[in-house]
Design a protein around this ligand. Structure first.
Ligand code: FAD
Ligand code: FES
Ligand code: FES
Length: 1289
């Protein structure tokens, strides 16, 4: 399970019903088994397999490199498969629609779309960028070169994949609807399923439904289960009686009437969407204004899988204040038919329908039977209607504010006859702004009406400063901004007043070739085995964690009496049960395996319950009662600074003479910024299976980047030697640093339980638990002072970084050190000082995350560079280029930059992106458009490669050759989707001179290669590749005599000859990076072996009224040396870029002031989805940039490109500057990361935000919040900007 809440799509399966041969994708995690009566379920395993025949959908995603860790792949395959079952030649728009509900954290989405584009009319993608690797002058000429000059014709081009290799798709060969289900003719019988705690009743007539509802007024009517499923799973609701109306015709039919269209309440949103679309296509435009508004809202409503099952009635009856459809229905005056056993009544959806938070006028014995969506007004009156949704992520996200507005004009005038303005997200229910509407009746649609509307809305649509959901200023500003959008739309339409509108090396050498990820096919068919796929052991038990609900407290008592009496429970474990040492931690042992007397964060692991099944264990864990005595908490960086709550040491990195530098400067600027944290959101959550063996031995299957660290910490906790603990890692469903050290907090507890009970024990964390207990990327706050000359040259910098470290050190010191090593990013600053403070707070310990402090260090650098440019009134790109390092320069830690390619990347990026023309076009666009602005930014990165802890820069490998010539490679790195094993096989293949088909990597294990470093720091290909090379070289030398003796023989002949000659055909290899060792005190010694460089240019368009933005275009040029595998490397660049895009523009962790994480799943925490890819994203790898320091002249690629996504952040800042200049604001301003819609909107000061500011009271105390978090308020009304800053955590 990726999330168990319908938010990631990893569990997508296809359902088919006989009626109308209808196929549709759904989220298996929310589909109740009882709802599948007479429904055929097709899973990824059911459409093809590696062993037999692959389905083209499986083959194409794999061969197009669209599967990295593979955990999302089955879900994406099934979304595509369901689409093809309904439409054999879809359009690209169909693909966009089908994938709205699928997330991938690894690929950056492009390769998936490229692979599946081959099913569409658009067809095979053009030849890809790999040819550019082989050319000097900037890539493929597209066939224009004379003679044999073009790489496409002279055979040097290697496509990332070749669609000609694909098996053709034949839609007639699909599996038919199961005959067993076809013959079941009696479809109308009533059904009853009895469960442990719930009875599921499926009546066969409306009459029966109504009489059941009369009998059980408390019963839930469940259709899609997308609301009720979440309540049961996450809010611990128990519904003893469930009524399913799946068989009731009245609730499932669609009827056209004189007034509009009637939809049965159980009609799915997809069904309603299709019917409205048909009506819009066939009816006159004036009649379908309401339908268009509903369709507009549905476009942004959840993903396709949810819309396929969620009922329109379910959305109304949930009565959520942030429902997307209810404002539209309310503004449209939709009529509802409600019924109980005694009769029916017709109710209009108006301000009386919603009676309170999630309450409606429906009586307990009633059900909603249908709703009628009206045609818009016709004949001489004119009605216009629009719907709006503003959410953190454009697609598949819950809204911050939704609105629908409808205006009807008196015949042949622009005088308002009727106006309905309805809003969601502004009160405990959907509301109508009735006072404002009344005030505007009779007025002409013009500037005066606008002013009156805004003043009135500002007073009517108020929110308490401590309102649940926070973002109070932003939400209030949105009510005005959205009205203004409506105003402009209507104005345009009135003006037109149109009633009807029409609509080079040897082919055998695989190094440098885009070899497909070796597990991709298995991942696409569902055959790839992840940790939790390991079949149940006999006697196996399941473990659930007991975690703290307080951020800082003494534990007064633990009461397990109820828990142990529950079904299936075997035992509870607490700190006194740890047989070895209870202290743990990856570097310093400042944590406990199980809390001992005190807890220091919400989610702190206190104990565990072991039971026979997952649900029994989880239910019992919730029944453990703990009493606390609360202690003062420190949650935010600001609170830590105020309390001077820091870990030691406070690191300082300094070069040059700071004082002299500032004296020399013509200008000195001070600024600060905050960068939020980030959740890893690997699709596979943490999981461990521990199997006890004899003599204290224990075998652990773990999804971890650190097999050896897991081994040593489990041994420590169990009080046994490391040689008794075997840790095995087959593959991970993503890691991104989150499984470098924090995995051990689960593994040690599971191992303890297995050790105590002498039975296998398993635990896979639920998504919300995983997010709660494991920590993520460190949030940073930085204050800086920068001195610069009139020409823009920076001569002095003093910067202090504060990271929110959490309740233990974990890897935080190294993270901070990397931030300091990247504090100047790519700019030469002669006099510089950086200081790093580790804030000790009561949050779960933050940890490694792709980039490991580098992005935090660098974004601050880009912030002061931008400030300098803004102060001087010059384009930021000029200041960046001016200060860019040159070959031979020294970094602040005195490392000389040699083989410096950043300037080449810069020039290439500007050229490829047409920077100058685009800048000029953006200027022109901004002059012509007041409410949307375009911005551009070019951002470089220089990322140091090596672990900064010197001892970790080592790796081992073990290579066996068997007598049949097959080769088994093992090395110290783990596979988490980054293609490490594929690259290692390529290395072995080149050195041994055998095809990759003869080489296999089975797993990573501590009994084959010991003492491994974590797979991290982007260095695993370098380190392990060199170790594999070393081992293979030894074997090549051993085989050489047999090659020489039989030059015409083959590999198998030489291997056999060597074997019979008693030659050792197994060798281990080892590598340590030479000449490393830096000392902070003397500021001497080499920190990094080399650097990876890259530059990105991004262009965005900002909607100044809502704060939404579009990523128009990004051009990336990356130096990865001589790529070992361009397909994998481009995948890494794109994946890292998209993760960075999430970090800098989208992903926000919300905590309550008491340190409770409120964003615990894809419903509330948004990672980039398919729709967030820049409209044009091109990635090029720099040519002719061999790197002598790494295996086969390659370079590390996992982390470096992530920071390039900050080009989008700074392009947004550029666009916001353009908006601010419209109201006369110029010069530096603060924009924190992520650049969320709220921050962007608040930074784009205008008359609407000023109006809100003028009526807003600045003092409040955050109150308790429900779903969306609490906020701290920073008010700065003097410059007419209001910034609501999320708790700095
Ligand atoms: C991942 C995800 C994304 C979502 N995205 C959005 C979104 O973008 N916008 C949005 O507005 N919502 C969203 N939702 C919420 C949810 O999908 C909708 O509210 C949906 O329409 C509920 O329909 P359902 O059939 O699944 O409801 P169910 O869960 O089956 O039922 C919901 C409630 O309605 C009641 N009910 C259903 N039918 C009747 C009836 N005929 N008479 C009386 N009571 C009835 C049930 O008793 C229950 O209380 C999302 C949910 C998930 C899980
Ligand atoms: S959508 Fe089902 S597991 Fe995420
Ligand atoms: S390949 Fe998509 S989540 Fe890893």
């Amino acid at each position: 399970m990726g999330c168990a809440e319908g938010g990631c799509g990893a569990c997508t399966v296809m359902l088919s019903r006989l009626k109308g041969d209808h196929h549709y994708s759904v989220n298996a995690c929310l589909a109740p088994l009882c709802s599948l009566h007479l429904v055929a379920v097709t899973t990824v395993e059911g459409i093809g397999s590696v062993a037999q025949t692959l389905h083209p959908v499986q083959e194409r995603i794999a061969k197009a490199h669209g599967s990295q860790c593979g955990f999302c792949t089955p879900g994406i395959v099934m979304s595509m498969y369901a689409l093809l079952r309904n439409k054999a030649t879809p359009t690209m728009d169909d693909l966009d629609d089908a994938f709205q509900g699928n997330l991938c954290r690894c690929t950056g989405y492009r390769p998936i779309l490229e692979g599946y584009r081959t099913f569409t009319k658009v067809g095979t993608p053009a030849l890809t960028v790999v040819c550019c690797l082989l050319r000097q002058d900037g890539g493929c000429c597209g066939g224009g070169a004379s003679g044999n000059g073009c790489c496409r014709t002279n055979g040097t081009a290697t496509p990332l994949f070749d669609a000609k290799d694909f098996v053709p798709f034949d839609p007639t060969q699909e599996v038919i609807f199961p005959p067993e289900l076809m013959v079941k003719t009696d479809r109308s019988q009533s059904l009853c399923f009895h469960g442990d705690r719930t009875v599921w009743l499926q009546p066969n007539s409306l009459e029966e439904l109504l009489s059941l509802k009369w009998k059980h007024p408390e019963a839930r009517v469940v259709v899609g289960n997308t609301e009720v499923g979440i309540e049961v799973k996450f809010k611990n609701m128990v519904y003893p009686v469930i009524l399913s109306p799946a068989f009731i015709p009245e609730l499932n039919t669609i009827k056209h009437t004189e007034q509009g269209i009637i939809f049965g309440a159980s009609c799915s949103l997809s069904l309603m969407e299709a019917e409205l679309r048909r009506a819009v296509d066939s009816l006159p435009l004036h009649q379908t204004q309401v339908f268009l508004a509903v369709l507009e809202q549905l476009r942004w409503f959840a993903g396709r899988q949810i819309r396929n099952v969620a009922a329109v009635g379910g959305n109304i009856m949930t009565a959520s204040p942030i429902s997307d459809l209810n404002p539209v229905f309310m503004a449209a005056g939709v009529k509802l038919t409600l019924m109980d056993k005694d009769g029916s009544r017709l109710v209009q959806m108006d301000s009386r329908f919603f009676t309170g938070y999630r309450r409606t006028a429906l009586r307990p014995q009633e059900v909603l039977v249908s709703l009628e969506i009206p045609y818009s007004k016709k004949v001489r009156q004119t009605q216009f209607m629009s719907a709006f949704k503003q959410s953190p992520r454009r697609e598949d996200d819950i809204s911050i504010v939704t609105a629908a507005m409808s205006v009807t004009f008196s015949p042949d005038t622009s005088l308002v006859e009727e106006l309905k303005l309805s809003y969601g997200g502004m009160a405990p229910t959907t509301v109508l702004a009735e006072r404002t509407a009344k005030e505007l009746i009779g007025r002409p649609w013009g500037e005066e009406l606008l002013q009156a509307a805004c003043s009135s809305l500002a007073e009517e649509m108020t929110l308490d400063p401590s309102a649940p959901g926070g973002m109070v200023t932003y939400r209030r500003t949105l009510t005005l901004s959205l009205f203004y959008k409506f105003y402009l739309t209507v104005l345009l339409k009135l003006r037109d007043q149109v009633w009807e509108v029409p609509q080079g090396q040897h082919l055998d050498d695989v190094v440098g070739r885009p070899i497909m990820h070796l597990s991709a096919l298995k991942q696409a068919t569902g055959e790839a085995v992840y940790c939790d796929d390991i079949p149940l052991y006999e006697n196996e038990l399941y473990l659930a964690l007991v975690t703290s609900t307080k951020a800082h407290a003494h534990i007064l008592s633990i009461d397990t009496s109820l828990a142990v009496s529950m079904p299936g429970v075997v035992c509870c474990l607490f700190s006194e049960d740890v047989p070895g040492s209870n202290s743990t931690g990856p570097i310093v042992y400042d944590e406990s395996v199980l809390a001992d007397g005190q807890v220091t964060c919400v989610g702190h692991i206190i104990g565990a319950v072991v039971a026979d099944t997952q649900s029994h264990a989880q239910r019992a864990a919730k029944a453990v009662k703990i009493q606390y005595e609360e202690l003062p908490t420190v949650v935010t960086i600001q609170e830590a600074i105020a309390a001077q709550s820091f870990y030691e040491p406070i690191r300082t990195l300094q070069k040059g003479d700071l004082e002299a530098g500032f004296e020399q400067a013509d200008h000195i600027l001070e600024g600060d910024m905050h960068m939020g944290g980030q959740e890893h959101f690997y699709l596979e959550t943490n999981v461990t299976l521990a199997v006890p063996k004899e003599d204290g031995e224990m075998e652990l299957f773990v999804s971890t980047q650190s097999a050896s660290k897991t081994q040593s910490l489990v041994a420590k906790a169990l009080g046994v030697a490391s040689n008794r603990i075997l840790v095995r890692v087959k593959r991970m469903g993503g890691g991104f640093g989150g499984k470098e050290s924090r995995t051990t907090i689960l593994s040690t507890v599971v191992a303890m339980a297995a050790n105590k009970l002498k039975r296998p024990v398993r635990c896979m964390l639920d998504r919300d638990e995983d997010m709660l207990v494991t920590g993520g990327r460190h949030p940073f706050y930085a204050k800086y002072k920068v001195g610069f000359l009139d020409n823009g040259q920076v001569v002095a910098l003093d910067v202090s970084y504060y990271s929110n470290t959490g309740n233990s050190m974990d890897l935080s010191l190294s993270v901070m050190e990397r931030a300091l090593f990247h504090m100047e990013n790519s700019y030469s600053v002669a006099n510089i000082r950086g200081r790093g403070f580790l804030c000790r707070t009561n949050l779960p310990s933050n940890t490694a995350f792709r980039g490991f402090g580098g992005p935090q260090g660098m974004i601050v650098a880009e912030s002061w560079v931008t400030d300098v440019a803004q102060r001087l009134g010059r384009p930021a790109e000029e200041i960046r280029r001016l200060n860019l390092y040159k070959e031979g320069d020294r970094t602040p830690y005195n490392q000389v930059l040699d083989q410096f390619t950043l300037d080449r990347c810069w020039d290439e990026c500007l050229r490829r992106s047409d920077y100058k023309q685009r800048r000029a076009a953006a200027h022109l666009y901004n002059r012509q458009n007041r409410w949307t602005k375009r911005g551009l930014a070019v951002v470089p990165t220089k990322f140091g490669i090596s672990f900064t802890a010197v001892f970790l820069n080592q790796a081992g490998a073990l290579v066996h050759i068997y007598t049949d010539g097959s080769v088994l490679v093992t090395h110290g790195g783990t596979e988490m989707g980054q293609g490490l094993h594929t690259k290692m096989v390529q290395v072995a293949s080149r050195v041994l001179g055998v095809p990759i088909s003869k080489i296999h990597i089975s797993e990573t294990s501590t009994n084959t290669v010991p003492n491994t470093s974590p797979t991290a720091a982007s260095a695993s290909s370098d380190l392990n590749g060199a170790a594999v090379h070393n081992a293979c070289q030894v074997l090549v030398e051993r085989l050489q005599p047999y090659r020489s003796a039989n030059p015409k023989g083959c590999w198998e002949d030489w291997v056999k000859a060597a074997y019979f000659d008693r030659v050792n055909l197994s060798a281990n290899g080892f590598y340590r990076t030479p000449d490393l060792g830096y000392d902070f005190n003397s500021n001497c010694g080499r920190v990094f072996d080399y650097y990876s460089y890259g530059v990105a240019c991004s262009e965005v368009e900002v909607d100044c009224l809502t704060g939404a933005h579009k990523n128009l275009r990004t051009t990336v040029v990356m130096d990865v040396g001589h790529s070992l595998n361009p397909a994998i490397d481009i995948g890494q660049v794109e994946g890292a870029f998209m993760q960075g895009l999430g970090l800098f523009t989208l992903e926000e962790l919300h905590y309550s002031p008491k340190g409770v994480l409120l964003t615990r799943g894809p419903g509330s925490y948004k990672i980039p989805a398919f729709g967030d890819i820049p409209s044009h994203l091109t990635v090029s790898l720099l040519r002719d940039a061999p790197n002598a320091k790494a295996i086969f002249n390659s370079k590390a690629v996992g982390e470096p490109p992530l920071f390039l996504a900050s080009s989008v952040f700074f392009a947004i800042k550029d666009a916001v500057s353009a908006a601010r200049s419209e109201v006369g604001l110029s010069g530096p301003f603060r924009l924190d990361s992520p650049a969320s819609a709220e921050r962007i909107r608040n930074a784009c000061t205008d008359r609407f935000s000023q109006l809100i500011c003028s009526v807003f009271s600045p003092s409040f105390t955050p109150g308790p919040s429900d779903h969306s978090g609490s906020f701290k308020l920073v008010l700065n009304c003097s410059v007419l900007t209001l910034t609501l800053v999320l708790v700095l955590s």
